[in-house]
Design a protein around this ligand. Structure first.
Ligand code: GDP
Length: 297
């Protein structure tokens, strides 16, 4: 199923109920708004986010002057579109680079979300921008993770710094950064260990790594299939370690899309990139307006 497919269909039933209506009123939008609410909840958008969204759209839809030539149903589509764009952060959020020295990007996230793949994808993206990169393997719990990163690094053509599985992640990250400085590398991307679920040891380790390398970006990698739990996940990582943004992966899968709509609202931090496939070129900046268009079909 196409992501957002169900959401798009759900929203259509709202517009359809406004056929033949002359002007939007509190009364005649009540039922369409219930459709919108249901569609968002079924798409796994978090409940508090849905509540605020509905409130805001209702207010704006009734309050706006009738735009000549635009039918009421289209007027509501426009209000929903604008509100979706705002909900997702409004503008595209570019990566921030350090003013001097290497920019450090710390990647965090649960196991299997696509973190290691994102390391390679980001390096590929930055290389295309003309930046030199280094990957640092600070996931010491799975030897396979280091091998995987090494293989991906070769594929992209960027060096991978690793010290095996015995060293401490914070120490590896620190040494990796030192090496990158020596080589005048523009960007250092640090891969960290994930767990199956949020736990104290993982958070503490991330805090230590963060302290050791003072990253410019701390990006939480979130699997779009996470559904309703995405909101809580983003909040807890943000509260514990402080993130600067998120990367949403597996948008090519049949997720219902709720995470894309909840992240910014629950954490105040933007989605910066989306991953839409397993290949290293399948990463692109997150454009709230294009995503809204995709949702509205
Ligand atoms: P990590 O445990 O977070 O490091 O996850 P990996 O990078 O090893 O990815 C886990 C699996 O998800 C791998 O099989 C990847 O190929 C796959 N994967 C990663 N990103 C995407 C994506 O955007 N789309 C799809 N379809 N698969 C992805």
């Amino acid at each position: 199923a196409e992501m957002f497919g169900q959401l798009t269909t759900g929203l259509e039933s709202a517009w359809n109920k406004l056929r033949g209506v002359d002007v939007l009123t509190k009364e005649n939008i009540a039922e369409p708004m219930r459709d919108i609410r249901r569609a968002l909840l079924e798409a796994d958008v978090s409940l508090p986010v849905v509540r605020r969204f509905i409130e805001s759209v209702s207010e704006k839809a009734v309050g706006t002057d009738v735009i000549r030539g635009i039918k009421p149903d289209q007027q509501l589509v426009k209000v929903v579109n604008d509100e979706l764009v705002q909900l997702m952060g409004g503008e595209v959020s570019d990566l921030v680079f350090a003013k001097s020295g290497p920019t450090v990007i710390l990647l965090a996230g649960l196991q299997g979300v696509g973190k290691t793949t994102v390391c390679a994808k980001l390096a590929f993206y930055l290389k295309k921008m003309g930046k030199s990169c280094m990957l640092v393997a600070a996931d010491v719990y799975r030897p396979a993770a280091i091998d995987q990163l090494t293989i991906l690094g070769k594929k992209v053509g960027v060096p991978v710094y690793s010290e095996g599985t015995e060293a401490k992640p914070s120490q590896i990250a620190k040494n990796g950064l030192k090496e990158a400085k020596g080589k005048n590398t523009d960007v250092v991307i640090v891969d960290t260990a994930g767990r199956l679920q949020v736990d104290k040891a993982m958070m503490n380790e991330l805090k230590e790594v963060k302290k050791a390398v003072n990253p410019t970006e701390v990006l939480l990698v979130v699997d779009a299939m996470t559904g309703q739990e995405a909101a809580g996940l983003v909040s807890s990582f943000n509260d514990e370690i402080g993130i600067t943004g998120a990367i949403l992966t597996k948008l090519d899968g049949d997720s219902r899309g709720g995470a894309a709509l909840s992240v910014k609202e629950v954490s105040g931090k933007p989605i910066k990139f989306v991953g839409q496939g397993e290949r290293i070129e399948d990463l692109e900046p997150f454009y709230p307006d294009r995503m809204a268009q995709r949702i509205l079909g």
